[in-house]
Design a protein around this ligand. Structure first.
Ligand SMILES: Cc1cc2nc3c(=O)[nH]c(=O)nc-3n(C[C@H](O)[C@H](O)[C@H](O)COP(=O)(O)O)c2cc1C
Length: 151
């Protein structure tokens, strides 16, 4: 069975709400096994065992959160030789921006390398019902795409 990995960090709960909705969407695809991990609990072994990745972060100071950066720092060299080339997508909770976190994650992902397969989802000023719905759609899209071999 193919596997989807969701890695997230959240300080005050907004990204966690999105991550929970992303997970709910992914679980609609029964052909995929989904692993849901806080960034501090995720390591290279999880990347090497998955077929696709969803990254969720708050935007902090125009960047991803330190926990997500730490995840990348701890896994980059470890998986580099495996040329994973995984499909990935990003979701971000921000106050009024979010684009800095997306841009910098995309830069890092090129190095692994990984392939961006969906537009980023940015939620601003709290997580609305619409954001929850879009998060569910994002999770389901990644899971279905991987299951069907589209990504
Ligand atoms: C240290 C810090 C830095 C932040 N920097 C930004 C920023 O650069 N741009 C932005 O839009 N929001 C910024 N915010 C707001 C958070 O991104 C926003 O509150 C987000 O919803 C928090 O997500 P969380 O509840 O998952 O922790 C910052 C918040 C903190 C605590």
């Amino acid at each position: 069975m193919k596997k989807l990995l969701i890695v997230y960090h959240s300080k005050t709960g907004n990204t966690r709400k999105m991550a929970d909705a992303v997970l709910a969407g992914a679980l609609r695809e029964e052909e995929i096994e989904t692993t849901f991990l806080h960034a501090f609990d995720a390591g290279p072994e999880h990347l090497m065992a998955c077929d696709g990745l969803l990254i969720g972060t708050p935007e902090n100071f125009g960047y991803m959160s330190g926990a997500i950066k730490d995840f990348f720092d701890r896994t980059y060299y470890e998986v580099l030789d495996h040329a994973l080339n995984l499909p990935y997508a990003v979701f971000v909770s921000a106050d009024n921006d979010g684009t800095g976190a997306v841009r910098e994650i995309d830069r890092i992902m090129k190095g692994y390398p990984m392939r961006k397969v969906c537009e980023p989802l940015i939620s601003r000023k709290g997580v609305s019902e619409e954001d929850i719905q879009k998060s569910e759609e994002l999770g389901e899209t990644l899971a279905c795409g991987i299951a069907m071999g589209i990504f």
